[in-house]
Design a binder for this molecule. Structure first.
Ligand code: MTE
Length: 322
């Protein structure tokens, strides 16, 4: 696999959300000395539950591109994954009950070559890249996450979307026996969790299908084995544990918009100018944060990706299409 590293130049390494068990890359490079190959790949020994497999990095050309320390505790213990409960700690406690191997993703709708992808295809069938992205939740907290994945466009192109396709719909696994949140009487979502993008948003080079983070396969609580990451949109668009992708002509129904359309729009572009009806979106709490160190920072238009993506919305009233 070829190695491509994308690091947002405006994000300092020191800003990356800390991780406790980050692979000591130098030690690894020493251990694998002599391998000049610049491949970046995930271990094929995938675990379906429990400890995520380690990422194998071979020699990287620029040491400064690497984040060497930092734990991933915040990223993997403070989660939204309502299939496992609504408390931020629920996914880390309960998501291991989800079986992720075998895993099949059906790709269909308005495509010329409908078909399936399997776990093996995700891990070895695409060129994996590291993308260090800001991640901003609609609830006004944020992180900076070093994802491993591949552009969604690379996946879609394999299935040949038809000219009449204008949107892409995504669905999460819905397996009641393994997802205690879906069995809860207090559950508000009409399962399965659904999300959608316009086709041009889906094909944008920043739009990522993530299979790992911090050098390892995704932990279940972060959406194993495959999740969407759309860095300029609120986090609820970044649907986890995907099992179905359809190209459609009409705008698909999405979970949060269906549940509360006045609060959660289809577009959900990060926008400090448009408040959530119950709170301001001008600032965010950058994790990890505490009462003593709130780490409150201003929210950036399109979460800092304005230059790359604003063109997608030219002529649109972003207050109306929030
Ligand atoms: N995907 C599914 N299937 N179920 C969910 O509850 N929550 C969304 C999104 N994707 C969610 C989901 C929300 S609200 C956010 S903020 C992000 O996942 C959180 O991702 P993280 O837990 O990896 O930080």
């Amino acid at each position: 696999m070829t190695k491509r590293i994308y690091i947002d130049p405006s994000i300092a390494s020191s800003d990356i959300t800390p991780e406790s068990v980050f692979l000591n890359r130098r030690a690894f490079i020493k251990a694998s000395s002599g391998t000049a190959a610049s491949a970046l790949c995930l271990s094929t020994a995938l675990s379906s539950a429990g400890e995520p497999s380690k990422l194998i990095y071979k020699a990287a050309p620029d040491e400064s591109l690497r984040v060497e320390q930092t734990p991933y505790d915040a990223i993997t213990t403070y989660n939204n994954f309502y299939e496992f409960g609504t408390d931020k700690s629920d996914p880390a406690r309960h998501a291991d009950s989800m079986t992720t191997d075998p895993w099949t993703i059906k790709v269909g709708g308005l495509v010329d070559k409908p078909g399936e992808l399997h776990l093996e295809d995700l891990m070895s069938g695409f060129d994996l890249e590291e993308r260090i992205y800001r991640f901003r939740c609609v609830e006004a907290w944020s992180m900076v996450v070093p994802w491993i994945g591949f552009p969604l466009s690379a996946l879609l192109e394999r299935f040949a979307p038809r000219a009449e396709g204008r949107f892409v719909e995504f669905k999460t696994l819905y397996r009641r026996s393994e997802m205690r949140g879906t069995r809860s009487f207090t559950s508000v979502i009409d399962w399965p969790y659904r999300e959608g993008l316009r086709l041009d948003e889906a094909m944008h080079p920043l739009t990522l299908m993530a299979v790992g983070l911090y050098g390892k396969t995704l932990p279940n609580q972060n959406g194993a084995p495959l999740r969407l990451v759309v860095p300029w949109k609120y986090g609820f668009k970044s649907i986890k544990s995907i099992v179905e992708i359809n190209v459609t002509a009409e705008q698909p129904e999405t979970s949060w918009q269906t549940l509360q359309p006045s609060e959660y729009g289809f577009y959900a572009n990060v926008n400090p100018e448009v408040d959530h009806p119950r709170w301001s979106q001008r600032f965010e709490r950058k994790l990890p944060s505490s009462i003593f160190k709130p780490n409150r920072v201003p929210t950036l238009p399109f979460n800092g990706y304005q230059e790359q993506v604003a063109g997608l919305y030219e002529g649109m009233d972003l207050r109306q299409f929030y």
